[in-house]
Ligand binder design. Sequence first.
Ligand SMILES: NC(=O)c1ccc[n+]([C@@H]2O[C@H](COP(=O)([O-])OP(=O)(O)OC[C@H]3O[C@@H](n4cnc5c(N)ncnc54)[C@H](O)[C@@H]3O)[C@@H](O)[C@H]2O)c1
Length: 433
Amino acid sequence: MNLKDRIASKEATVAVVGLGYVGLPLAVRVAEVGLRTYGIDINAQRVGRINEGISDIGDVDSADLAPLVSADLLSAHTDFSVIAKADAVIICVPTPLGKTKDPDISYIVKATDAVSPHMKEGQLFVLESTTYPGFTTEVLAPMLEKASGLKAGEGFHVAFSPERIDPGNETYGVRNTTKIVGAMTAEGGEDVQALYGAFIDTVRVVSSPDAAEMVKLLENTFRAVNIGLVNELALMCHKLGLNTWEVIDAAATKPFGFMPFYPGPGLGGHCIPIDPLYLSWKLRSLNYQARFIELADNINTGMPTYVVRLVQDALNDASKATKGAKVLVLGVAYKNDIDDYRESPAIDIIDLLGEKGADVDFYDPYVPTYVEEGKQYHGIDGLSELESYDIVVIATHHKAFDYASIVSRSQLIVDTRNATRGITEGREKIHLL
Ligand SMILES: NC(=O)c1ccc[n+]([C@@H]2O[C@H](COP(=O)([O-])OP(=O)(O)OC[C@H]3O[C@@H](n4cnc5c(N)ncnc54)[C@H](O)[C@@H]3O)[C@@H](O)[C@H]2O)c1
């Protein structure tokens, strides 16, 4: 029986390698439609918790996970030998940047090395980890060919399908976000379409893995460049004595030809600060400079320093020095209402203020502690001592914060998110980005 028939008859089994923000919601969704799912992760603790029906990923409720585990539709493993039982293998491991901002593909390479000894003929391999155009065909497929002695497109199929998850988004999840897929052959394209079509409402097939890789990079570059543009707008409005947020909101009343983006303290998360640099790196190897990407990166990575300057100026206006000032950073997560602090600009702001001699605390109900370069940092427990801080920096606009109370009790505020937009009392204390 071919893969399409096995999917249709629910006999197909799926392995998901990497059970993080992307892999776990995906594995749960596959299992929900009744396909036997094997999750694989090198993190034994995470694997253990999943097998107890406990999710530590915000977008997956344990209440949704546990019944799938109990029904034996989903199990987690550290042992890669379960790959041999799978008809399709979906890889969702991290793709960060190295120290020199070059793609770090070592996680995919390690995962592929661990997967390949258990390969069997006829399997479908799908990479979901973000990568540069050409990676799936030029690196992943040859690795699998070498390990198995089979030929990609004949002995097994290879495809790329970018993950489009938006952590914390309650409207769009795995099921109702159109899935882009691109396979190396037409037959592989049919298989990958059948696979995702079994658990995602709409699947869009593009002509190749390279095109699918580029789709993801376009989406994230679009965001990085537009955020870079509004961040520069904030710098320009500051010089002109204008309120950036008022300008953007007024522009957004145009019913066509404009889409609002908002400035902030810098980019964060696993995608937008990183993925466009995969594209610019690839283009550099082809002797082409991706100018928009590099300019946006330059502006966006400068934002934490700009926020620190706003803090210094606000303190200065109050005849206070930054050195020795008590500063509270509110929010460490890179975006509101989630617990992910990867690449968060709030951490850069904390570090930069510390370098200037400020006495910095942070508070985030979602991120009580964070780890940076192997060191753990603890936030304060609550806002009972709010009045004692010389200045408060709103770095993340969590809905859980009571902004009216924060404004009334703080001495000075730098609001990098316009989180205090609804507050009318005490505006003289607020310095907006
Ligand atoms: N988080 C997002 O919002 C998001 C959105 C779109 C795309 N992506 C992309 O998806 C990919 C995965 O991101 P994520 O956010 O899920 O990462 P994550 O760090 O949350 O999860 C990755 C998981 O992979 C596991 N892992 C690492 N090496 C492994 C190996 N060799 N074998 C098996 N498991 C291994 C880790 O233990 C971890 O549980 C990345 O390429 C990322 O760019 C992420």
